[in-house]
Design a protein around this ligand. Structure first.
Ligand code: AMP
Length: 293
C-alpha cells in the first residue's frame, strides 16, 4: 500500500515541511484540472527526485480583466485522485501537493512585490495578454521561494512561459534548474489543455486547424533553405491562416527572428475559438528536422 499523498492547504504547513527536507524536491506548478500533460511533468520529476511537489493554484494575477479566471475549472478532488493513482507507479517516491485554500495563502496583505521580465514578454502571447507574464513570473518566483526545488518542470506547450521563467531564473541567479518537457496531445493531435473542456465539437475542429498548420509548416520549413527564405515561406503560408491570433517562426534559443545561426526554430501559434484562446507550437531542429511530439 502506497503512502497517501500529503496535501498542504496552508502556506505555513508547506514552509514547515520544507525546512525539514535535506534533499531538494522536484516541483511541478499547475493551475489544476490535471490532464496527461500535467501528469507527464509529474512523472518526469518523480523519475528524477525522491520527492515531488505539485502546486495547484489558479493564479489571479496571470488572468486579464476579461479572461476566464472565474470559470477556470477547479477540480481539486479529481486532481488528487489522479496524483494518488500515479503514485502507484512510484512506490519509493514521495509526493506533496500544495493547494492553497485561498488566494491569501499566496498573496497575503504583506505581499507587495511584482516580478517582471521585459522584452520577451512583449511578443507572441504578450501582444494580446500584456499583463499575463508578469502574473506568471510573480507567482513562479514565490512558489520557487516556497518550495526551493532542485528542478522546476514546465511544459513545452507554453514555450514562451518556460522561456520567460528560465530568463527570470538566470537574471536573478536563482539556484533552481528550469526544465522543459514535451507536449502531450490527444489522439487527434490537439495539445492537451484544461481549456479544451470549453470547446464544443465544432469548435474543437477549428482548434485543430492550429495544430495541423503547425505540423504542416514545420514539415515545410527546411534546413536547405536560408533563414530569409524560410521567413518568406512563412508569410505566404500565413495567408491561409488569417483567423489565427498569430503564427510565427522564431529562434527557440533567443526568441528572436531566425537567422543563419539558428539551430532550433520555434513555430508557435495562437487561435481564438469562440471565447476560448488556445496556443500550440513545435520545435524544429535544423539539423534533424521537425520534432513532432
Ligand atoms: P497549467 O495548469 O495550464 O498552468 O499548466 C501547468 C504546467 O503544465 C505548465 O508548465 C504547462 O506548460 C504544462 N502543460 C500544460 N499542458 C501541457 C501539455 N499538453 N503537455 C505538456 N505539458 C503541459
Amino acid at each position: 500500500m502506497n503512502q497517501p499523498v500529503l496535501v498542504f492547504k496552508k502556506l505555513a504547513e508547506i514552509l514547515d515541511w520544507r525546512i525539514d527536507q535535506i534533499v531538494a524536491p522536484g516541483v511541478v506548478m499547475t493551475m489544476g484540472n490535471l490532464h496527461a500533460g500535467h501528469l507527464s511533468l509529474i512523472r518526469t520529476s518523480a523519475q528524477e527526485h525522491d520527492t515531488t511537489v505539485v502546486t495547484i493554484f489558479v493564479n489571479p494575477k496571470q488572468f486579464g480583466p476579461s479572461e476566464d479566471f472565474d470559470r477556470y475549472p477547479r477540480t481539486l478532488h479529481e486532481d488528487l485522485a489522479l496524483i494518488q493513482n500515479l503514485v502507484q507507479d512510484f512506490p519509493h517516491r514521495k509526493f506533496i501537493v500544495f493547494a492553497p485554500s485561498s488566494i491569501d495563502e499566496i498573496y497575503g496583505e504583506n505581499f507587495v512585490t511584482s516580478v517582471r521580465v521585459d522584452h520577451f514578454t512583449q511578443k507572441l502571447c504578450g501582444l494580446s495578454r500584456p499583463t499575463h507574464f508578469e502574473g506568471v513570473t510573480t507567482v513562479v518566483a514565490r512558489l520557487l521561494g516556497i518550495t526551493k526545488p532542485h528542478v522546476a518542470y514546465y511544459g513545452q506547450k507554453d514555450f514562451q512561459q518556460f522561456f520567460v521563467i528560465k530568463k527570470m531564473a538566470e537574471n536573478l541567479m536563482l539556484p533552481y534548474e528550469i526544465c522543459c518537457c514535451p507536449i502531450v496531445r490527444d489522439e487527434d493531435g490537439l495539445a492537451l489543455s484544461s481549456r479544451n473542456a470549453y470547446l464544443s465539437k465544432d469548435e474543437r475542429e477549428i482548434a485543430l486547424s492550429l495544430a495541423r498548420a503547425i505540423v504542416k509548416l514545420s514539415n515545410e520549413v527546411s534546413s536547405d533553405r536560408g533563414a530569409l527564405e524560410n521567413l518568406e515561406h512563412l508569410s505566404s503560408f500565413k495567408k491561409d491562416y488569417q483567423h489565427f491570433e498569430y503564427l510565427e517562426i522564431l529562434d527557440a534559443n533567443t526568441l528572436e527572428t531566425i537567422n543563419n545561426k539558428t539551430q532550433t526554430m520555434l513555430i508557435a501559434g495562437a487561435i481564438k475559438v469562440g471565447k476560448t484562446r488556445l496556443i500550440d507550437n513545435a520545435l524544429v531542429n535544423l539539423k534533424s528536422g521537425p520534432n513532432h511530439d
